[in-house]
Structures are given as C-alpha cells and as structure tokens.
Write a protein that binds this ligand. Structure first.
Ligand code: BGC
Length: 261
C-alpha cells in the first residue's frame, strides 16, 4: 500500500513515496519547478510529472498553499487566481487515475511535525507556523488537526501579517534579522494572545536559520524549530491521504494516531 506525498510550493513541486508509519521518504524525492503562471492546468501537469516517476502508488496526498475544503481550493493568495473554487482533488484524481487527498500546505507540514517531529508526544493546543512566501498556520488539539486556520492573514499594524513578517517580506525589504525578528515577535505575541497555544513550531525554509532569529524573539510560549524541514509537506500529505482513504472531506488528520501506528 504505497502512498505518494506531493508538496506544491512557491518554487517547486516535490514528491516522494512515504513510509507513513515512520514519517520517512521511501525514495529520493523528485522535483520540478512550479510553473509560472501557476494556473490550474499547468500545476496539474507538473504534479502528474512528479507522480509518474514512482511506480506502485495506491493513493496520493497533495498539499496546496491555500484553503482547501472538501477537495476544493478556496483561496489563492500566492498562486494563480484560477485556483479559486477549483475542484482540485477531482482534477488531480482524474489526471493521476488514483484516489487523491488535497490539503493546505501548512496543515500538511504540521501533521508531519506533530506525528514525527518537533511536536511529537505533545498534548494540548499546538500551533505550527510556516514562514516562507506567505505565513501558513496549522492548529492541533491533542494531535488532531483543526484545518484551514489561515492565521498568516491576521492584521498586523493595519496590514496582512504575511506581507510584513513572512520570509519573503524579509528578503524583499532586505531586512536585518533584528528588524524581521521584531515583526515576527509582534506577530507571535498577537497569535499567543488570541490562542494561548502550549507550543509554537516554527517551520518554512527560514527555520533552518533559527539560531539567527530565535534568540531575538521574546514571547511567553515555548518555541521550537521544525525538524522535518523540506520533507514535512510530503510526509504530512501522505499521512493525511492514508487516513482519508480517498474521502476528500476527511482532512481532520489525527497526527497523534499516525505516530502510534
Ligand atoms: C495562504 C495559506 C498558506 C500559506 C503558506 C498563505 O498565503 O493563505 O493557505 O498555508 O500562505 O503557503
């Protein structure tokens, strides 16, 4: 029963078969550049190109950088607007000829971290935040995902938070680590005031450089860097696809159960 995980990111579409009991890739991942523009037709083709690299796949889990409800993509902040209300799970399933589950990218990364990484064995309310092109969020209560929280779009200083505090904003505005960390701190304080999570897991590519900015951030909630890094989306997508068993509505993944399996 092989499950393939595919992660649709801002720069690349990456996939690999996943050992969903251990949270590890079973083969080297295959990557193609994300098409530009990232419209539905081109991205479906890019996903198909990744999927055809692997044989013997029974089902596929796919991440998407926006809200996904019942396999339909509802927002498209950082991808082509043709994704608004696209029947993504249906389109991918038809193209790949296999059952497909589609879920939000941060939700997928969070599932992997809570099952196998930085959030392993943590009970209570855990929040994963990914700092990349946007800011993604994933909320877990006792290991169960509450999907599509979209906390990157909270308002901060009158602006959409991800426009001020994402890693893309840091690069685009050539911010010092001090300046960016100040914005991230403001953002995290706001989120902790609203949710009082027990733990923040900080992901996204920038989490590899956590030594540069973690010491500059002063908040009450404990904060740890993600540990699965590049593979979190792929692993979380596969775990979710396996739990959903082809039901596109079933994306409230129980990451704690995946860890126990
Ligand atoms: C989107 C989220 C996504 C995040 C990270 C945000 O702009 O609205 O759905 O998880 O970017 O890709």
């Amino acid at each position: 029963m092989a499950t393939l995980g595919i992660d649709i990111g801002g720069s690349g579409v990456k996939g690999a078969p996943v050992d969903t009991a251990r949270g590890e890739l079973l083969a080297e991942r295959y990557r193609v550049p994300t098409p530009q523009p990232s419209d539905v037709t081109s991205v479906v083709e890019a996903v198909a190109e990744v999927a055809t690299q692997f044989d013997g796949v029974d089902r596929v889990g796919i991440t998407f950088p926006g809200v996904v409800v019942d396999g339909v993509t509802r927002t498209a902040a950082n991808v082509d607007k043709s994704w608004l209300d696209a029947p993504a799970a249906k389109l991918f399933a038809e193209r790949l000829g296999k059952p497909v589950t589609v879920l939000n990218d941060a939700d997928a990364a969070g599932v992997a971290e809570v099952a196998f990484g930085a959030g392993h064995d943590q009970r209570g309310l855990i929040m994963m935040l990914t700092f990349g092109t946007g800011i993604g969020s994933a909320l877990f209560l006792d290991g169960v995902l509450i999907p599509n929280t979209e906390l990157g779009h909270l308002e901060l200083d009158g602006k959409d938070a991800e426009l001020r505090a994402s890693d893309r904003a840091r690069e685009a505005e050539e911010m010092s680590w001090e300046k960016w960390a100040g914005r991230v701190e403001d953002y995290l304080r706001h989120v902790e005031m609203l949710f009082s999570p027990r733990l923040f897991i900080i992901g996204g590519g920038v989490s590899k450089k956590s030594d540069k900015f973690f010491p500059l951030i002063d908040i009450r909630t404990p904060m740890v860097p993600a540990t699965l890094l590049n593979n979190a989306g792929i692993v979380g997508a596969a775990v979710t696809a396996e739990q959903a068993e082809g039901d596109p509505g079933a994306i409230q993944t129980d990451a704690a159960a995946a860890a126990r399996a």
